[in-house]
Design a protein around this ligand. Structure first.
Ligand code: CUA
Length: 160
């Protein structure tokens, strides 16, 4: 029988307790509070996604589904580095479901002061919903380094 010092036992016990506590918290967050890793909502062909349908020029931007309920289609692109569109305007209290995809490389879509932070990959559509309870400007930025123009990839949501 190996002798384990009393303090050593306490630390082992504390470590096990912390692991159990963290696993429990992650489990509660995931299964009862709905915190989930965003999954690709849909697959698309990045070479043709602009040509027709949801991510064509005519459809990009906001669509009002019902009073205070919107969906927004956004496209991320390099050279020039930008989001299409780069500004969205909604009334305060609106719930917006964002659909975002890339035509070339990996980008990010993070809306400041919200919990929206998505990876934007060519070939898949990322989806997230948020309710804008406060008026103001909510900048969105690219959160993944995507080339020399990365820092220029931003836009804003104007809530009034
Ligand atoms: Cu797009 Cu960084």
């Amino acid at each position: 029988m190996i002798h384990i010092h009393k303090y050593e036992k306490w630390w082992i016990g504390l470590t096990i307790l912390m692991l159990v506590a963290f696993a429990t918290l992650v489990g509660v967050a995931a299964f009862s509070k709905g915190f989930q890793v965003p999954e690709p909502w849909m697959r698309v062909d990045p070479n043709t996604v602009k040509d027709s349908g949801a991510f064509s020029d005519a459809n990009l931007g906001l669509h009002e589904l019902a009073p205070g309920k919107y969906e927004a289609y956004l496209l991320a692109q390099s050279s020039p580095w930008r989001f299409y569109p780069s500004e969205l305007s909604i009334p305060v209290g609106s719930t917006v479901t964002f659909y975002v995809t890339s035509v070339d490389v990996q980008h990010g879509f993070r809306i400041q002061d919200t919990n929206i932070n998505l990876q934007i990959l060519p070939g898949q559509v990322s989806k997230a919903t948020y309710t804008f309870e406060k008026a103001g400007e909510f900048p969105y930025v690219c959160g993944e380094y995507c080339g020399v123009g990365h820092q220029g990839m931003f836009g804003k949501i104007v809530v009034k």
